[in-house]
Design a protein around this ligand. Sequence first.
Ligand code: PLP
Length: 443
Amino acid sequence: MKIFEEIESEVQSYARNFPRIFDRAQGEFIYDEEGNEYLDFLAGAGSLNYGHNNPAFKQQLLDYISRDGISHSLDLHTEAKRQFLETFQEKILKPRDLEYMVMFTGPTGTNAVEAAMKAARNYTGRSNIITFTNGFHGVSLGSLACTGNSRHRGAAGVSLPGSSRMPYDGYLGDDLNTIEFLDKMLSDSSSGIDKPAAAIVETVQGEGGINACSMEWLQNLSAVCKKHGMLLIVDDIQAGNGRTGTFFSFEPAGITPDIVTISKSISGYGLPFALVLIRPEYDQWKPGEHNGTFRGNNMAFVTAKAAIDEYWSDDRFAKEIQRKGRYIEQRLNYIVEQYGEGNFTTLGRGMFQGINCVNGEIAGQITHAAFQRGLIIETSGADDQVIKLLCPLIISDENLTKGIDIIESSVRSVCSRIDDFPEESDYFDDVTVESELSSTKKD
Ligand SMILES: Cc1ncc(COP(=O)(O)O)c(C=O)c1O
């Protein structure tokens, strides 16, 4: 650890919670230099939906490198980019009846968000962006203005103008419709809210605590955006790429956002890659207005195409995610009921779920206990109070069960009710979806 302590910046975060030197990884497992195996329920904060070093793309990447395929190309046209675009159009956009121009930005999520907001601002000629409580959109200044978390905002060192915060779905309790509130604020010329260029939203707030909006709320948001002449930007950087059970997280709502940001798992291999999808009428960029040296990561194009071919050529993978999501939901509900003493709740949808422990200290103790049992899992939320399950979507049923078993025993140990609880073998009887998992296993 010496060199990390000596010269790596204090800004490290994940490394503090998992103080090991990691060396190898495969699928849902990661290994430290001593050969210890950990189940990875952090998965690159959602960048490894297809697992580590997925063999389905690894060989294609190796072949591409071996034949001296272009690695870096700015925004020049390349064969790898052509193949990615053709596959993305044929297998992702067309089957969903989506018509978008594809913009390659710098390879981070925050750069895609910056570009999305610029596009909306330049098109509408307005500057204000509606953002939501607990939203997280990145830490460069424009994105940070739309991010709620005070720890991140506090590091900016300057004021963060250009956005108006509104309550997310459920923020004011179940009975208050926050879209009606938004509509009222936008309709009132004295509300103090400048006419917005856009609203930017996550359908499940990853860093903000796995809050999931309802599809009805999303549909109403889309309608309010249209009514007030502002664009709807869905930030699908963490919730997209299948995490919630469909390629885009907004699909069940049947809406078509004006702009979508994508990053994290789009490369399939954990390689840096980000995209902005823009409806053609709003794609009014002049050449090079938003640029970046690393817009042409061809290795990412190769693995991104391979990931789409492998997992999104039909709906089998989506159904698998939905099935595993139902299993996660039932197991988490059980854990919360058994050990949460009426305080814990479950959150999220698909394979993007969590346990709200209300208290960040308890959640931290649970994730620490899980790490000691061989599971890497993180917290999220304003006070880090939510245990966030972000395992690779390709995880086997057996390892999904194993990971949740570890979460359960960690919750149980921290909540100090060990004596009151059934033996591990008993609780599977209660969680009936377990049999669904075994009976529908992949062959
Ligand atoms: C929804 C969302 N938007 C934007 C970002 C920023 O992405 P990056 O860290 O790659 O800049 C994140 C990162 O967690 C995110 O979850």
